[in-house]
Design a protein around this ligand. Structure first.
Ligand code: MG
Length: 195
C-alpha cells in the first residue's frame, strides 16, 4: 500500500512566519509576535491591504529567507522510503518567480520530492488535488484549504499542522510537527497491513 501525500510548504515544511513577521513590522511599523496571529488573514491583523502585505514580502525576500522546519527533510525522506508519492503544493503563485525560487530552495535544503505544484493565492488546492486524481493525505496549516478538501472529498485524510491561526479547526486530524505526521502515516500503513 502506498499513499499519495501532499505537503503544504509555508509554515509546514518551512518557517515563513518569522520572515513574514519581520517584513510586516518593517512595512507597517507594527510588531506582532506570530504566536499571536489568531487569523490566517494578516491584512486584518496588520490593518493594511493584501497588496501592501505582498509587496512587503517581495521587498524583504521572505521566501528566500525561509528556513526548513526541524525534521521536515527527514519526514519527507521517510515518507518516500515507505513508498509514498510526495507532492509539495504551495499557493506561492502570488510571487512572480514563485515556481523557480521554490524549486531551487527545496533542492538547496535537501528536499527530494516527486512533484511540485504552485497554485495561485486564491486558488483551490482541493480542486488541484482533485484534478490530479485525489490524494490520501494533505498536511496543511491553512484552515481554508483543509475545509475545502473536506468539503470536496478529494483527500482521504486531511491533517492540520497546529499553528496559532488554526486552533479553531477541530474537525480534522491535528499534528504538532512533520515527524508526528510521518508517524501518523506509518501507523495508518501498519493498520492496513494487519487488516
Ligand atoms: Mg501554509
Amino acid at each position: 500500500m502506498t499513499y499519495r501525500i501532499v505537503f503544504d510548504l509555508d509554515d509546514v515544511l518551512c518557517n515563513l512566519r518569522e520572515p513574514m513577521s519581520d517584513a510586516l513590522a518593517k512595512a507597517t511599523g507594527k510588531r506582532l509576535a506570530w504566536q499571536n496571529w489568531t487569523t490566517y488573514d494578516l491584512s486584518v491583523l496588520y490593518g493594511v491591504g493584501l497588496d501592501h502585505c505582498l509587496s512587503a514580502f517581495l521587498e524583504h525576500e521572505v521566501l528566500e529567507h525561509a528556513k526548513p522546519e526541524p525534521g521536515a527533510v527527514d519526514a519527507v525522506r521517510v515518507c518516500r522510503e515507505l513508498g509514498c508519492e510526495v507532492q509539495v503544493m504551495t499557493a506561492r503563485g502570488w510571487h512572480p518567480n514563485g515556481d523557480a525560487l521554490t524549486r531551487s530552495w527545496l533542492a538547496a535544503h535537501g528536499f527530494v520530492i516527486d512533484a511540485l505544484a504552485v497554485v495561485g493565492l486564491h486558488e483551490s488546492k482541493a480542486a488541484a488535488i482533485g484534478a490530479a486524481g485525489g490524494a490520501d493525505f494533505l498536511l496543511d496549516d491553512s484552515p481554508r484549504h483543509i475545509q475545502e478538501v473536506m468539503d470536496a472529498g478529494t483527500v482521504v485524510t486531511p491533517v492540520v499542522l497546529c499553528r496559532p491561526w488554526n486552533k479553531h479547526v477541530t474537525n480534522a486530524s491535528r499534528v504538532r510537527s512533520n515527524i508526528e505526521f510521518c508517524k501518523l502515516v506509518m501507523s495508518r500503513m501498519a493498520a492496513e497491513v494487519v487488516a
